[in-house]
Design a protein around this ligand. Structure first.
Ligand SMILES: [Mn+2]
Length: 317
């Protein structure tokens, strides 16, 4: 169980620590990366020693983020001592990857906005109404009186942009838009961010063509899914946006993407219009939000599909 912190207490923890490790969650997205990097720039401006880590590959699309090259992946068996381990935008310890074993920290602080948070850290700042963890980071830096540089502003804007689907999803609030508006004062250029985010490699679009051929409908068209078989899977190709194709088909309530990434591991993404799909993801050890969540199934593709689609089918009995 975690000690629940206020924003002020979270700021105090950060000010007290000298050496910190910031960890982004596995399958990193623009929010975990942007939030973590914004915090890194801010803490370094206070003279703190900050190490960045993520236990996964970083999709090439994020290479424009200021400071992204600071990330390293810890090797198993490595040991790093720190005053504070900060886990960003992750709702459970396994999302933090190997940092939980590698970093020997006096305490662990988790900053998050997932309502499926498992209270795994010693200290937790949780705001499940925040559209993105980046929105929390902005409030936190204001609370700590830290000057916002353009680098910080770009990283926070990236987090907002990602988690709101470029300010389109239902989690977008007036606070989200006010935060984004504030960030423009620090020379964030919205078209620079979207140009970087929307660009696709030729191979990615070709792969999308292959994946769309697998589009399958169930339950009278209320459920649609696509799949990425192991022979098509390429960890260098970002497939995060593929799920928006089944998601936005007329009549589809729940969309899924199945991706077999290892011999016995299939990653599943869920999107919905109204149904709380985080409950389904959670029942398989995953997490996320009501309308966007994910989980990993320790099985090959077809077996994972069978298991998950059976659980989805129960909703339509
Ligand atoms: Mn997030």
């Amino acid at each position: 169980m975690s000690k629940i912190c206020t924003l002020a207490e979270t700021g105090e923890l950060l000010k007290k620590a000298e050496k910190m490790v910031i960890v982004s969650h596995i399958s990193p997205d623009g929010d975990t990366l942007g939030s973590s990097l914004a915090l890194m720039h801010a803490l370094r401006s206070l003279g703190k020693e900050v190490i960045m880590s993520v236990d996964d590959d970083i999709p090439a699309v994020y290479s424009f983020l200021p400071g992204i090259r600071e990330y390293r992946r810890f090797t198993e068996g490595e040991r790093i001592e720190a005053d504070l381990l900060i886990v960003i935008d992750a709702s459970s310890a396994d999302r933090a990857g190997n940092a939980m074993d590698v970093v020997q920290a006096s305490s662990v602080l988790n900053i998050d906005h997932h309502k499926t948070n498992t209270y795994f850290a010693d200290y937790l700042y949780l705001d499940s109404y925040a559209a993105a963890t980046a929105e929390i980071i902005y409030s936190l830096l204001q609370e700590m009186d830290i000057a916002i540089s353009t680098d910080i502003a770009v990283c926070i804007y990236e987090g907002l942009y990602t988690d709101t689907g470029s300010f389109k999803y239902s989690n977008t609030t007036s606070k989200t838009l006010k935060t984004a508006a504030d960030l423009l004062q620090y020379n964030v250029n919205p078209s620079f961010i979207s140009d970087n985010m929307e660009i696709k490699s030729r191979r990615q679009v070709e792969m999308l063509g292959e994946v769309l051929k697998t589009l399958t409908f169930l339950h009278g068209g209320k459920v649609a899914y696509i799949e990425i078989a192991p022979e098509l899977y390429d960890h260098n190709i970002d497939t995060d946006t593929f799920i928006s194709y089944p998601r936005y088909i007329e009549g589809v309530e729940i969309a899924l993407l199945f991706k077999q990434t290892e011999e016995n591991l299939t990653r599943v993404s869920f999107r919905s219009k109204e149904t709380d799909v985080s409950k389904i993801a959670f029942s398989f050890g995953g997490g996320g939000h009501q309308k966007a969540s994910g989980c990993s199934i320790h099985a090959p593709l077809k077996e994972a599909e069978k298991t998950v689609l059976k659980a989805i089918g129960k909703l339509y009995e």
